[in-house]
Design a protein around this ligand. Structure first.
Ligand code: 6PG
Ligand code: NI
Length: 186
């Protein structure tokens, strides 16, 4: 029998997924205490303002399977600091991930267990191979939604607490240009 199966679908320009049941998770400013440097400003803005949505196929979580999802990160700032995802290591540290930029512009901040950091420019068509043992965070430096496709092992999990001192870089809007600042943890 040579039945042709209708595949799952990704709309390249918007990042919208369709063709199978989806899971979505929205993260608001109030879900991100301690993430942005300007705490007073964060408090004044907090509430239910959405910062990002993650939409993913409800892939059965079996050994060896991969998740496919899209992160939609809103444009915005807390003080001068651009909106960003919380960022994480995978609970299974050795497991990597692939990100592909779909729309908008931003940065992917990578940080290994020795706190070495790297920033990669994210734009429609950019491809990012995130190695194992590397924490990752998206930052929206533009004026429109930053959407990125991600594929990662179902078994990877998330470890949000390992980055106790946070990431070693912050990215801010310096009078219209993007400025990268090193964080002083003393
Ligand atoms: C993952 C992916 C990605 C990520 C989102 C939200 O491992 O699940 O990296 O889907 O979770 O971009 O980022 P946070 O999980 O850091 O909030
Ligand atoms: Ni991840």
């Amino acid at each position: 029998d040579s039945t042709i199966i209708q595949p799952l679908h990704l709309a390249w320009c918007s990042g919208a997924l369709s063709g199978a049941p989806l899971l979505t998770k929205s993260t608001t400013l109030q879900d991100l205490p301690g993430v942005f440097a300007d705490h007073t400003c964060w408090q004044s803005l907090a509430g239910s303002k959405p910062v990002y949505h993650v939409e993913m196929f409800a892939t059965p979580d079996r050994p060896g399977e991969l998740y496919t999802g899209v992160t939609h990160l809103m444009p915005g700032k807390v003080g001068e600091e651009f909106f960003m995802t919380r960022g994480h290591f995978h609970a299974r540290r050795e497991q990597g991930e692939v990100y592909i930029g779909l729309r908008g512009e931003g940065l992917l901040l990578l940080q290994d267990e020795q706190n070495s950091t790297r920033l990669e420019r994210v734009y429609p068509g950019s491809v990012h191979t995130i190695p194992g043992f590397t924490a990752h965070r998206l930052i929206n430096t533009g004026n429109e939604i930053l959407s990125a496709l991600a594929v990662w092992p179902c078994s990877a999990g998330h470890d949000y607490s390992a980055l106790k001192n946070g990431f070693a870089l912050r990215v801010v809007d310096d009078a219209g240009s993007v400025r990268v600042m090193e964080v002083n943890h003393d």
